[in-house]
Write a protein that binds this ligand. Structure first.
Ligand code: 1BN
Ligand code: ZN
Length: 325
């Protein structure tokens, strides 16, 4: 599949190098030849060395989403969610960012479930971390087939592609790409502690390790696939972090999707907020197919993933600058 960076190579284009007239014959021509060669090499390696304009590629993200949805319903503890993990593991390994696993047995109101968070760590100039996460489990429904294209699928697919993009960026902070299990309630209704199992486990593990102070910010993506994307500001989220994301979206001409209205959302960012970590939830809850059999590929779009990818990659330098103050 093509991406924005692969268009660089034709610039070098060593075309005609086998023809009689090619090659550095005189000192002047030799100098010119090596100047062009040096320029080509610079252009070719630029995306890998220094904060170059790496592009989120929604066609890649869409393929990940298609593959995850094709697995079928992926509730915590199922054979299908293990298949989803295998897929995520393979994709991250293929881009050179193998994931670490955080596995535990979780007691829920209806059963004990093996849950697993997956974490890819992308190097940055500082050891302190910006965590970018989302859930990959889908809600358990016995009465209908729920494949969670937006709810569980979009966040996982998005994060796989984001890891590819940010891995070769010159990150100011270490970035953790966090795939969370157990966001969904096991009971039909969301309530009490029957939800956000993965994020609570992640934060408690960091607390036990004395590592909470190294987590400088948490950015949550959830349900970002809606083909009619409209993301409201979440009033539970940290205002300055929300402002930076919405301002970046506006700069990119995406304020049609990142709208000014507010709502209050309970989600995987709450355990981070409770631990004092600035957090923002990027979520489109205005989704007709939410928790219905209609949350399928028909209801989502690659364009929506691109919008969020563009806004987030545009906001990241501002978030880093703010955290570095
Ligand atoms: C998001 C996707 N959530 C569950 N699936 C969290 C949530 C629950 C958000 C209830 C709003 C209301
Ligand atoms: Zn849900």
């Amino acid at each position: 599949m093509e991406n924005a960076n692969s268009s660089v190579d034709p610039v070098c284009g060593f075309r005609g190098s086998s023809s009689r007239d090619d090659g550095p014959a005189t000192p002047v021509r030799r100098a010119a030849f090596f100047s062009v060669l040096a320029l080509c090499l610079c252009v070719s390696v630029a995306p890998f060395v220094a904060g170059a304009d790496l592009q989120f590629d929604s066609s890649r993200a869409w393929e990940h989403l298609r593959q995850l949805v094709a697995i079928g319903p992926r509730p915590s503890g199922s054979a299908a969610i293990e298949q989803a993990r295998q897929y995520i593991r393979k994709q991250l390994a293929d881009v050179g960012s193998p994931v670490a696993e955080q596995a535990w047995d979780q007691q829920t109101p209806i059963d004990t479930v093996k849950m697993v968070n997956l974490v890819a760590t992308l190097p940055g100039a500082r050891k302190e971390r910006i965590v970018i996460g989302g859930h990959y489990d889908t809600k358990l429904y016995r009465q209908f087939r729920f494949v969670g294209a937006s709810d569980g699928g979009s966040s996982a697919a998005f994060l796989i592609e984001l890891a590819r993009v940010l891995k070769d960026r010159k990150n100011a902070f270490t970035i953790e790409i966090l795939f969370l299990d157990g966001e969904e309630a096991r009971l039909p209704d969301w309530g009490g502690t029957d939800n956000t199992y993965g994020s609570r486990h992640y934060v408690e593990t960091a607390r036990t390790a004395g590592a909470l102070p190294t987590i400088k910010a948490f950015i949550l993506v959830d349900m970002i696939g809606d083909r009619d994307l409209a993301i409201r500001r979440d009033t539970n989220s940290t205002p300055w972090l929300t402002d930076l994301v919405w301002a970046a979206a506006r700069r990119r001409g995406l304020d049609r999707y990142f709208i000014g209205e507010s709502t209050r959302v309970e989600d995987d960012h709450l355990p981070f907020l409770a631990a004092g970590i600035p957090s923002v939830d990027i979520i489109d809850l205005d989704y007709d197919a939410w928790h219905t059999p209609n949350d399928t590929l028909d209801a989502v779009s690659a364009r929506s993933l691109q919008v969020v990818g563009d806004a987030l990659t545009a906001a990241l330098p501002d978030i880093e600058a703010r955290l570095a103050r």
